[in-house]
Design a protein around this ligand. Structure first.
Ligand code: NAD
Length: 299
């Protein structure tokens, strides 16, 4: 069994990004710039945003954080998004999710300029991705495809089962893995909470992606011998043996499943670092396109 180490893969790819950032910075006289909006004080969101700022620093990009109160109104948040949309010195913008319940996430995402939408959540980017047109692809699915490629795992003609049909992971990943060309050409089955006989479907798979947010859900009896298993899940579970009182758990029962696999991702240290890498790639792409004045489809 080979561990698909997202930290190693991401660090290697970050070096390429850092080189490219240095070259472009020299040419333009300014660094690519990622802005993040953080609403409220959700501890997990704060950690994610801090990590993204550190990543930017590591590859030589600028970052700015817009901290907004958890009581901000929909209009107030949209105003902040518009201000960043219009700032010529900012290339990429992310709004850290989830947002407090009183805010309409889809409307906020729709307010982001698609050419700065480095999370790839805007309907224009999602639509372009589905049509195979140039787009920002959402970070986790793009990171998973990069991880498979980094470890030279063939996808062409392989049966891939994805568990979870969210807009940010399952749905875009199903599109990426089934599209024509390198890193795609899989036969994809997208499963969800209403899927009947999930274990039987999973046992067909050469590649299983678990993205449902239920710790330890994927068991050994759902995995064919020699399958590749990608664990997207990150849940905080109580653990009195740790200082913090919790630990991060994936959607795969790693101890049971790992011996059956040809390859498997750990949690943490698998998909997470690749997600962060994709955001850097998208920000660099956004900066280059801004400089070259590449026009994307706008609504
Ligand atoms: P979500 O909550 O939006 O969607 C969960 C999906 O799982 C739904 O489509 C649902 O139909 C499906 N599901 C739920 N129970 C099921 C069951 N018993 N059988 C089959 N399908 C079932 O999830 P999300 O936002 O895609 O996140 C999923 C997990 O991935 C979470 O743990 C999240 O924290 C994690 N995540 C990790 C990263 C990363 O970078 N590693 C990125 C995004 C999300």
């Amino acid at each position: 069994m080979i561990l698909l180490d997202g930290k190693i893969a991401a660090e290697a790819m970050k070096k390429d990004i850092a080189r490219e950032v240095a070259r472009w910075t020299c040419e333009w006289g300014r660094r690519p710039h990622l802005a993040a909006i953080l609403v409220g004080d959700n501890p997990a969101s704060q950690t994610y945003v801090r990590n993204k700022e550190n990543d930017c620093r590591q590859v030589g990009m600028d970052s700015s954080l817009y901290r907004l109160s958890s009581t901000i109104s929909q209009e107030g948040l949209i105003e902040c998004v518009r201000t960043i949309n219009e700032d010529p010195d900012i290339d990429g913008l992310i709004v850290q999710l989830p947002l407090p319940d009183h805010l309409d996430e889809q409307e906020i995402i729709g307010a982001i300029d698609p050419s700065k939408d480095v999370d790839g959540f805007h309907p224009v980017n999602v639509g372009c991705m589905v049509l195979g047109l140039p787009s920002f692809v959402s970070a986790t699915p793009a990171g998973i495809v990069d991880l498979l490629q980094y470890y030279n795992i063939p996808t062409q003609g392989k049966e891939c089962v994805i568990i979870g049909r969210s807009n940010i992971v399952g749905k875009p990943l199903a599109n990426l893995l089934s599209r024509k060309g390198q890193g795609g050409d899989c036969t994809v089955t997208l499963c969800h909470s209403r899927t009947i006989d999930l274990p039987k479907i999973c046992r067909r798979a050469n590649i299983i992606v678990a993205a449902l947010g239920q710790p330890g859900f994927l068991k050994a009896n759902m995995v064919k011998e020699g399958a590749v298993v990608i664990d997207v899940g990150i849940s905080r579970v109580e653990d009195k043996t740790t200082k913090s009182g919790f630990r991060l758990a994936g959607d795969v029962d790693f101890v049971q499943v790992a011996p059956r696999c040809s390859h498997i991702t750990p949690v943490p240290g698998g998909v997470g670092p690749m997600t962060r890498l994709s955001l850097l790639k998208n920000t660099l792409q956004a900066a280059i396109e801004r400089k070259l004045n590449v026009k994307r489809i706008r609504l």
